[in-house]
Structure formats: structure tokens, C-alpha cells
Design a protein around this ligand. Structure first.
Ligand code: AGP
Length: 610
């Protein structure tokens, strides 16, 4: 995710801002920049690279000791990492600069209008639209221009603005993307999170959605989007800097679990048009003929990415109606796979650096297949080895156990399946509109689960000493069971395995006894009654069943010993919501056992070797 810093005070702004940006590096970025206002002139320096590589540009040879400016670290979404895509972005007459975190969903429509009005763009980013739009609305009042511009914008944003006519202020605003104000004597700050300013002040104001602020040396004023002044509480931050990087969470993994509603919004970003029933994947790299020529799809990945691919198999077969095979990259690469120019290979990887996946992609391309990468890390090796891309926009995932990247993969695969199904004429615009609407509803449904983690924490406490665990699921939720088992084993070191629920009677049922708790993913589905039968089979052998079930399900209470309820969503989208309690369960067990949740033993975040 991008990082924003603003400063207005009595010290060299570029030094304060640079130091603050280094505190936001954990958020991940590929480029950075700083803009300052000095005697009616804006100085801006920005480029691709890490801050330690940009020291000369942003510090030594900055060329201004101005005490007012904004800075930004960019995690690329629209437009590849580059100097001209780096923030801050200005209007073509150099009157103002904007730093932005978030996604402008309707930027193409706005950009077309501004270009026709004669505005000259210099980047591929959605963010640059904001600079020109504010300039378009500017009539000697910066706050009014910012409000007028934001009222035209759809999407998520946190922005900071400087204007050459206003040496006494910064202006900022937010919707969905976080933004805080740091308050001190004769100097004030804007930041994406408290980490960046803790060494200067612990007095902060947390802006809420649809709030704007004028930040001056002598103080700050906060407004709502009608322009009315509002009073905000000044909060005292008591975190230590390390805790602040985790946003106050004890571990990155828990922070990332709680980020997931926002991650889904970011993955969807500006890629859907609900009213038209359309999906836009601008870097897909596949032509219509490529898509029509595709006779089968092979999805490859490792670990969590493989399980996401297994969900993708169900999604694509259901929505696109062509055969899909899902294979472990480490198996695919050595089995002389039967793929050719009529095969589309979809390679899934959070890091884009997993050795087995990279090797499998090379094998597929050698055999003539088109390869599509579903990737999180921009500019990673995988992104350079594929014919097309679907970035998942999960932001940097620090915890070794993947959570938000998995959710982002599922969301991206859903968008891909809807797009392919539409192009191949299997899906109507009305159906796609319904699915887009349902997908956009998921963040708020997940927030309901995250709001009440205690029932899951209690279960973790009850079963934390179990030596073995079985996870059962059917259909599109069989991969959910597999991912749940992986989470538990990789951070709590408890042996956990997943089985297709229908397969249990062919052997694993011999394992069942009172010491073997069994998670059953039994939310609403076409095979719900079969899952009830599986639960009864476990009960008949003195097993203990923890059922994941849908809100309103009464029948399950007659069969399972413990229930975790999740909000009702459609079966094809249920893996996205069903995995959340399983992530939390694994996290709480590992934390209760006092284990290193973020860096489990023997594991690496990216397995770049065979
Ligand atoms: C998942 O929690 C693990 N960290 C691991 O299985 C991971 O998913 C796998 O190594 C693949 O990584 P990638 O997505 O970066 O390719």
C-alpha cells in the first residue's frame, strides 16, 4: 500500500518527510517522491527505487530548504513502477501537487474529459487525475477545489495537496484509505499511519471517511464534505514504533487478517462496471481469439496459491464451462505436462518468486501454452515471464502464513471467471451485475466476523492441545478445508489434514476418535445434506465436530458440537468468507501456544529455491 506524509512547520520539509517515509517502508513500495513549496514555486523530486537509493535525489541534492511539503511511497496499481508514475503528481502548469493512496475507480472517464478540456497528462496512473481535477476546479480557494474534485471521484483515496498560492497550508482528505493528522507546536503533520510521525508527536486526529482538513503551522481545521467545520477528538498514541508498524496489532498476521475487507475493495478497485455488467482486467494480455481458442485451463501454484487455484477451478468450470485442471507447480514442472497452444496456464503466486512456479511457467511456455500470472508483487520475476497479468492488489503481506493474499487471489479469480464467462457468451450482463454486487457486499460481511472474534478465540483455547485435526469440505469448499488445515499446521505445528468430506469413509474415518476434532465446512451449498451425513458419521465414532455454518442454519445444531456461523453468501463466493474463521482459529491457537506467528519455524515467506 502507498504511504503519504505531509509536513508544515519550521524545519526542512524534505528531511522530515524523507524520515517519515522510511517509517512507512514496511508497507511495501517501488518508488518514492517529495514535493515542497518554496517562495511560490513547487520543487518535486521522485523516482523508482527504494529510499536508500533515492537519498541523493531526495536529501543531498534536493535544492530547497522549504518547511512545507508532501511525500509518497508508491505500491503500483495502475501503471508500472517508474519515475513518471511515482507520486506526487502535479497539474501541467505546476500550480499544485497531490500524493494519493487508494484507487480512483472512474479515473478513465474523468481523464478522458480532462484531456478533451486540454489537460496534459504525464503518467499512466489513476492518481494524476486528481491533480488535474483539483486544478480544473480551482478558483483561489484550495479547500473548495479539493471538495469539488472529490465529489466527482468514485473509489478509495487518502490525499495530501500543496498549492503554490497557499504557502500557509496543506489540505488533505480521505475516503476508505486511512489518513491521520499529527499535532505539535508550530508544526503539524499528515500521515498514512502513526508510524511515520511518532518521533515528533503522539497527539493525533484520525480522519474518518468524507472528512477533509486544512493543516497550518498554527493548527488544523477539519471539515465534512459539505464544507462544515467539525470538531475531532485529539487522541494520545501509546504504541511503541514497532507496534505502530503493526497498526497496534500484536502480529502482522492478525493485522493482515483484519485488512481483508479493504483488500477485497482494492482487488475489485476500478475493474467493474455494475450497471453495464462488465469486468475490466486491463493487463490480461489475452485477445478475444486467444480466449475463444482456449480449450482447457491449467492452474498452477504452491501452498496457499495452489489452494486458491483449486477454488479457481470450480469458479471457472462453473462460470466459463471449459475444463480446468489444477496442479502443484512442483509436480507440473516434472511430469512432461500435456499442454499446447490451446491451453491457458494460470500461474498464481503472491511473491512472484516461487522457484517451482517460475519453473512450471517456463515449462508451459516451452510447450506453447499462453500463461496468465495472478500475482501480488509488482515487477516480480513471474510478471516478466507471462503473457498477461491479473494483479491481486493485496498490498505487502508480511506474515509468512498467507491470509489477505489468499482472499485477494480468490477475488481476482472471481473477476477473471466472470470476464472469461462473459466473453465466451456463457454469462449474461445481468448475471455479471449480480455477481459484482454480491462481491462488493463481501467486505461488510467479513467485517461482521472480524467484529466478533471471541467465539473463535474460545474454540482455539478449547482445542489448542489437540494433537491432530481433520478438516472436511465438499465442492468449492474442499479447497477451503485444505487452506484451513495449512494455516493450522504451518503456524501452530499441529498435524492437520484436509479431506473431501465424501472421501472420509474410504479410510480417514479410521482416525476418528474423541481426541480428533473435525472442522466441517458446512455452509449453505448444494451438498449441504451430504455434509450433515458426514457429520453424523463422525459423531457415530465419538468424534468432535466443529461446523462452519451459515447464519440461520438451525438443522446443524442437532448434529455439530460447536458451531461457527458466517453470513450467508452465494456458494461460489463462499470460500472468500468461509476461510476467515479458519485463519483466525489457526492464529489464536498459535498465539495461545506462544509460538512465533509471523515467522513460523522452518518457513520462508517466499520459497525461491527448489
Ligand atoms: C502459505 O501460508 C505459505 N506461506 C506458502 O504455502 C505459500 O503460499 C507458498 O509458498 C506460495 O507462495 P507464493 O504465493 O508467493 O508463490
Amino acid at each position: 500500500m502507498c504511504g503519504i506524509i505531509g509536513y508544515i512547520g519550521n524545519k526542512p520539509a524534505n528531511e522530515i518527510i524523507f524520515e517519515g517515509l522510511t517509517r512507512l517502508e514496511y508497507r511495501g513500495y517501488d518508488s518514492a517522491g517529495i514535493a515542497v513549496l518554496d517562495d511560490g514555486k513547487i520543487h518535486v523530486k521522485k523516482d523508482i527505487g527504494k529510499l536508500h537509493q533515492l537519498k541523493d535525489l531526495l536529501l543531498t541534492n534536493f535544492g530547497s530548504t522549504s518547511s512545507q511539503g508532501i511525500g509518497h511511497t508508491r505500491w503500483a496499481t495502475h501503471g508500472r513502477p517508474s519515475g513518471f508514475n511515482a507520486h506526487p503528481h502535479g497539474d501541467s502548469r505546476g500550480t499544485l501537487m497531490v500524493a494519493h493512496n487508494g484507487i480512483i475507480e472512474n479515473y478513465m472517464k474523468l481523464k478522458n474529459r480532462l484531456v478533451q478540456a486540454g489537460f496534459i497528462f504525464s503518467s499512466q496512473t489513476d492518481s494524476e487525475v486528481l491533480a488535474h481535477l483539483i486544478a480544473y476546479h480551482y478558483h483561489n480557494n484550495l479547500e473548495e477545489a479539493v471538495l469539488a474534485a472529490l465529489k466527482e471521484v468514485e473509489g478509495a483515496y487518502a490525499i495530501a495537496v500543496i498549492h503554490r498560492n497557499h504557502p500557509d497550508r496543506l489540505v488533505c482528505a480521505r475516503k476508505e484509505s486511512p489518513l491521520i493528522l499529527g499535532l505539535s507546536k508550530d508544526e503539524n503533520f499528515i500521515a498514512s499511519d502513526v508510524t511515520a510521525i511518532l518521533q515528533h508527536t503522539r497527539n493525533v486526529i484520525y480522519l474518518d471517511n468524507y472528512e477533509m482538513a486544512t493543516v497550518k503551522r498554527e493548527g488544523v481545521e477539519v471539515y465534512d464534505f459539505s464544507g462544515s467545520r467539525i470538531e475531532k477528538k485529539i487522541k494520545q498514541v501509546d504504541w511503541n514504533p514497532i507496534a505502530a508498524e503493526k497498526g497496534g496489532f500484536p502480529h502482522f498476521m492478525l493485522k493482515e487478517i483484519f485488512e481483508q475487507p479493504q483488500v477485497i475493495r482494492n482487488t475489485i478497485g476500478g475493474r467493474t462496471s455494475e450497471e453495464e455488467g462488465k469486468i475490466y482486467l486491463t493487463e490480461l494480455g489475452l485477445s478475444g481469439p486467444d480466449i475463444f481458442k482456449t480449450q482447457r485451463i491449467v492452474i498452477i501454484g504452491c501452498g496457499t496459491a495452489f489452494y486458491a487455484g483449486c477454488v479457481g477451478k470450480y469458479l471457472i468450470e462453473k462460470l466459463v464451462r471449459i475444463p480446468v485442471e489444477c496442479d502443484l507447480a512442483s509436480e507440473f514442472r516434472y511430469r512432461d505436462p500435456l499442454v499446447d497452444s490451446n491451453t491457458l496456464v494460470v500461474a498464481i503466486s503472491q511473491s512472484g518468486e516461487t522457484a517451482d512456479t517460475l519453473a512450471a511457467v517456463r515449462e508451459a511456455r516451452k510447450k506453447g501454452a499462453k500463461v496468465l500470472g495472478v500475482v501480488n508483487a509488482k515487477e516480480s520475476s513471474l510478471t516478466r515471464d507471462v503473457d498477461g497479468l491479473v494483479y491481486i492488489h493485496a498490498g505487502p503481506e508480511i506474515g509468512v502464513a498467507s491470509t489477505k493474499a489468499y482472499i485477494a487471489m480468490l477475488t481476482a479469480l472471481t473477476l477473471l471467471a466472470l470476464l472469461l464467462g462473459k466473453i465466451r457468451g456463457v454469462l449474461t450482463p445481468e448475471f455479471v451485475t449480480d455477481q459484482i454486487r454480491e462481491l462488493k457486499r463481501l467486505p461488510q460481511e467479513i467485517e461482521k466476523i472480524l467484529a466478533e472474534p471471541d467465539q473463535i478465540k474460545a474454540l482455539a483455547k478449547k482445542f489448542m492441545n489437540a494433537k491432530n485435526f481433520l478438516f472436511l469440505g465438499r465442492g468449492i469448499n474442499f479447497p477451503t478445508a485444505m487452506e484451513g488445515a495449512l494455516k493450522l499446521k504451518e503456524i501452530s505445528y499441529i498435524h492437520a489434514e484436509a479431506y473431501a468430506a465424501g472421501e472420509m469413509k474410504h479410510g480417514p474415518i479410521a482416525l476418528i476418535d474423541k481426541d480428533m476434532p473435525v472442522f466441517v465446512v458446512a455452509t449453505n451449498s448444494a451438498t449441504y445434506e451430504k455434509l450433515i451425513s458426514n457429520i453424523q458419521e463422525v459423531n457415530a465414532r465419538s468424534g468432535t465436530v466443529i461446523a462452519l455454518c451459515s447464519e440461520g442454519d438451525k438443522e446443524i445444531y442437532d448434529h455439530a458440537h460447536q458451531m461457527i456461523t458466517v453470513p450467508n453468501v452465494s456458494e461460489i463466493l463462499s470460500p472468500i468468507i468461509n476461510v476467515i474463521p479458519l485463519q483466525l482459529y489457526a492464529y489464536y491457537v498459535a498465539d495461545l501456544k506462544g509460538l512465533n506467528v509471523d515467522q513460523p519455524r522452518n518457513l520462508a515467506k517466499s520459497v525461491t529455491v527448489e
